[in-house]
Design a protein around this ligand. Structure first.
Ligand code: SF4
Length: 138
């Protein structure tokens, strides 16, 4: 299988705070498969470190209200192009991210409250018919 994986799950320091979300169970699961790492936020031109974003009424914003929706959606579109050109079989994505979250996201209040929902990239992939799995379900 060819599996697209959120780069931060692989240990790449691409997270908003300059760290990563290295995930041993995901690393174990992808052994023996072809792996396509992707970080939609970086593909959208956002730097590391960067302000964290949350989705408010469908628009991705930083805590100070600045819209970063264009960057998030551009990055998601570029990551989708990679998924299509690489002909991936599935994607394993980082939980709760406004880009990659599959099961839940933060509610936009920057208070740590979670709601059911998907990040912009996870939603795009899913709408295109790809199998997307949240890292917490591995
Ligand atoms: Fe990880 Fe996705 Fe956020 Fe990039 S956009 S740091 S891959 S969760």
């Amino acid at each position: 299988m060819k599996i697209m994986v959120s780069a931060c799950l692989l240990g790449d320091n691409v997270k908003y705070n300059g760290g990563n979300n290295r995930h041993e169970k995901v690393l174990e699961y992808i052994k023996g498969h072809e792996v396509v790492p992707v970080c939609p936020e970086m593909l959208g031109g956002l730097p590391v470190p960067r302000a964290p974003g949350e989705i408010q009424d469908g628009i991705v914003r930083n805590e100070d209200g600045t819209s970063v929706d264009y960057e998030y959606r551009t990055g998601a579109a570029k990551a989708l192009e990679i998924a299509e050109s690489e002909r991936i079989d599935m994607a394993i994505l980082q939980s709760r991210s406004p880009s990659c979250g599959v099961n839940q996201i933060y509610d936009g209040s920057f208070t740590g409250r979670k709601i059911k929902g998907m990040g912009v990239f996870a939603r795009l992939l899913s709408e295109k018919g790809y199998k997307v799995v949240d890292a917490e379900d591995i």
